[in-house]
Write a protein that binds this ligand. Structure first.
Ligand SMILES: [Zn+2]
Length: 507
């Protein structure tokens, strides 16, 4: 098997196993800086990470002037739909208390009925616009790869050619086909209603099982799957329990959106007299295989002020993971309270990019800054903790100890950072330079499973220009459906006002 050697890297973030006497550690070790590093891999695995590789190499890559980073693990994203809301949903307020765009705006995009009727080839898909979804997903994956993500969770509705399309990009993908018993809708913009259809939820679960099994057997070797009962408030108890049981049977994770809004918390209290997390605990579905998307509005949150503040204990004591996606919520004025508190309680946290952008280093910066603001304590959360969540925290949530870290035996998923990039200078602490100043710009090369997918800042596996054009056309096509789907029948510009008014000659 040919061996590839990255030789003489100036810096690397390497994994060190913890000594047994160092006490409990969620991850069994820690990331550490190494100055002067060789990294060798054969096929899809690292065979050496350390100061000097003495073995033979078939290919040598010059690591001088570079830092080697473990691949980032993005455990929550909806790449096929959400990027189409760019330029639309960022600043939307809603009549619902303390809630931004979720229930009122997220489903406004779709093909208008007259378009669907005029297009017999795809009419049976209804408003779903698979060409736009496909382009959106490719654009999102390009953005992830470009920012050093080597593994991501694609939490999406099923669509044709899903598995082959993501595998072709060369990124490691955990396919999460979402399903649910009920759909949200509103008739007045302030009350969230539920349209229940349990048979559809059951059918979605069956489809998901088939897809997850196909993903595990995909010839690319890059795919796996997870169960994804969409949201705590849209799944019946039966569906949630069965989804978690199937996940355990298949030895795959299970992820649901939980405690993502005040509206959801109130609905759960109304229905069950307990919190979203309390309901999941009562169903017996919390545990190390379970990931809670967001888990933000727990009973201790200042917007909730629940009676006993037990939610964080419920999560920590069961070994449940949290997928934290700060950017999308922070721009709606919402914050998790707070990262340091969750980490100190022993909760395993991973990061996700959720809607857009899918720039993972940007998400890390949001996570860090928001945590410091939310806690009113600059020392409550460190860059080391956020970096841990971005790598081994996400990996642990996915049940893996072979990604998100650079050590012999792990997958050859890593990126190279150009230390000479102006935004990195002075590179006294290159991780601080990257997250606080440079973001993705100095990330030049990315490898997944030993294959190069980004070179000199260009994603090799995706035709970005063509997919951006299709995404833009798709957004325009889907915006035409807004008036017929909006409860108030607003035009796109009324539903989603521009950030500035128009100049006189444009009015
Ligand atoms: Zn989500």
């Amino acid at each position: 098997m040919p061996t590839v050697l990255v030789k003489d890297a100036d810096w690397a973030v390497v994994w060190e196993n913890a000594a047994p006497e160092s006490g409990p550690n969620l991850y069994g070790g820690r990331h550490a800086f190494l100055k002067g590093c060789d990294l060798a891999f054969a096929d899809d695995r690292l065979v050496f990470v350390g100061p000097r590789y003495a073995g033979a190499a078939d290919t040598v890559i010059d690591g001088r002037g570079k830092m080697i980073l473990p691949g980032f693990v993005n455990i929550h994203s909806h790449p096929n739909s959400e990027p189409m809301l760019k330029g639309l949903s960022e600043e939307r307020k809603s009549r619902q208390l303390n809630m931004s765009s979720l229930y009122e705006y997220i489903f406004l995009l779709g093909r208008p009925a007259h378009d669907v009727a005029a297009d017999p080839d795809t009419a049976h898909f209804g408003i779903a616009d698979f060409a736009a979804y496909s382009a959106s997903c490719q654009v999102a994956i390009a953005e992830m790869l470009r920012s050093g993500v080597t593994c991501f969770v694609d939490y999406s509705a099923n669509r044709p050619n899903w598995l082959d399309e993501v595998a072709r990009t060369g990124i490691r993908t955990v396919v999460a086909p979402s399903f649910r018993s009920g759909e949200w809708y509103t008739e007045n913009g302030h009350e969230v209603l539920y349209r229940w259809n349990e048979p559809r939820g059951r059918q979605g679960l069956d489809t998901a099982v088939a897809l997850v099994m196909r993903a595990q057997q995909h010839p690319s070797g890059l795919l796996s799957g997870m169960m994804a009962p969409a949201q705590v408030d849209t799944c019946t108890a039966d569906l949630m329990v069965d989804a978690a049981a199937v996940a355990r049977d298949l030895s795959v994770p299970c992820q649901t959106h939980c405690a993502q809004s005040v509206v959801e918390m109130r609905e759960m209290f109304r229905r069950y007299g307990t919190t979203s997390v309390g309901w999941l605990e009562a169903l017996g579905v919390l545990g190390p295989h379970m990931i809670l998307g967001h888990a933000m509005f727990l009973d201790h949150h200042s917007w909730i002020r629940g009676p006993d503040h037990r939610d964080l204990d419920r999560i920590a004591d069961t070994g449940t993971s949290v997928a934290h996606c700060p950017n999308q919520f922070a721009r709606g004025g919402m914050v998790l309270e707070h990262f340091g508190k969750y980490a100190r309680r022993g909760v395993n946290l991973g990061l996700g990019t959720d809607t857009f952008p899918h720039n993972f280093v940007d998400e890390m910066r949001w996570a860090l800054v928001v945590a410091k603001i939310a806690s009113a304590d600059v020392g409550s959360t460190s860059l080391a903790e956020i970096f841990t969540a971005a790598t081994v925290g996400g990996a642990k949530a996915l049940g893996r100890d072979d990604i998100g870290r650079l050590a012999a035996g792990c997958k050859a998923d890593f990126s190279l950072v150009d230390l000479a990039h102006p935004a990195m200078q002075p590179a006294r602490d290159p991780l601080k330079s990257l997250v606080f100043s440079a973001l993705e710009r100095p990330i030049t090369d990315v490898y997944v499973a030993g294959k190069q997918v980004v070179r000199d800042g260009t994603v090799l596996t995706i035709d970005l220009e063509a997919n951006l054009a299709e995404l833009t056309a798709g957004q325009a096509r889907n915006m035409r459906g807004i008036p017929e789907r909006d409860w108030a029948k607003r035009s796109p510009d009324e539903a989603f006002p521009m950030s500035l008014g128009w100049a006189g000659s444009n009015r």
